[in-house]
Design a protein around this ligand. Structure first.
Ligand code: ATP
Ligand code: MTE
Length: 195
């Protein structure tokens, strides 16, 4: 069985040194538990904003833990110690610019400073790696997108594209609760699964 493995990395000087409690990993776990109907295993890491540590952590999660998806939170802004995108690009095989573009589009609906995030999406080997901003609320915002008062998607969250991307990377078939975020695939890629 090729179980879906997801790496979660919270990158924060203050949370990793105990100045405040990390809210990034719990928010990521809560969102994934609410959304994924496919069983998954997680690997979590809480680390400071140090480029070499971020690079090492991402490589370990992809190369040794064999994660199919890695979500980072924090360190995407313009401050001197915000180096998550730089570390992510340094270990990438290929860049997926659409993820960064779409996240900033979505985030502009929530904060006027959305363009301050340098967040990127990349592929390393079998894994899709996505940077999310550090504000814990931005996790749900960017993954789930913008909805109207009836829950209809106005701007699709980036997670709509994640299952098909992982499928194209020959990873497990990921299914989601469409009430949270509907996974989109072309008809030819849709598989019948037991409900
Ligand atoms: N892991 C976290 N847990 C709780 N809150 C966080 C976390 N990371 C960031 N935040 C909140 O979001 C804000 C913006 O995040 P950012 O990644 O820019 O952090 P920062 O200001 O560089 O500081 P630090 O790296 O020490 O978290 C922080 O100032 C903090 O209020
Ligand atoms: N969805 C969303 N995107 C967001 C934000 C937010 O609160 N929600 N904060 C913005 C701000 S204020 C900054 S500085 C950048 C970078 O944040 P980071 O350094 O915490 O990653 O993300 C931006 N993108």
């Amino acid at each position: 069985m090729n179980t879906l493995r997801i790496g979660l990395v919270s990158i924060s000087d203050r949370a990793s040194s105990g100045v405040y409690q990390d809210k990034g990993i719990p928010a990521l776990i809560a969102w994934l538990e609410r959304t994924l109907t496919t069983p998954f295993q997680i690997e979590t890491r809480l680390i400071p904003d140090e480029q070499s540590i971020i690079e090492q952590t991402l490589c370990e999660l992809v190369d040794e833990m064999a994660c199919h998806l890695v979500l980072t939170t924090g360190g995407t802004g313009p401050a001197r110690r915000d180096v998550t995108p730089d570390a992510t690009l340094a270990i990438a095989d290929r860049v997926m610019p659409g993820f960064g573009e779409q996240m900033r589009q979505i985030s502009l609906h929530f904060v006027p400073t959305a363009i301050l995030s340098r967040q990127v999406g990349v592929i390393r080997k079998q894994a899709l790696i996505l940077n999310l901003p550090g504000q814990p609320k931005s996790i749900q915002e960017t993954l789930e997108g913008v909805k109207d008062e009836n829950g209809k998607a106005l701007v699709p969250g980036i997670f709509a594209s994640v299952p098909y991307c992982v499928q194209l990377l020959e990873g497990p078939y990921i299914e989601t609760d469409p009430q949270v975020v509907a996974a989109f695939r072309p008809k030819s890629a849709i598989r019948e699964t037991k409900s």
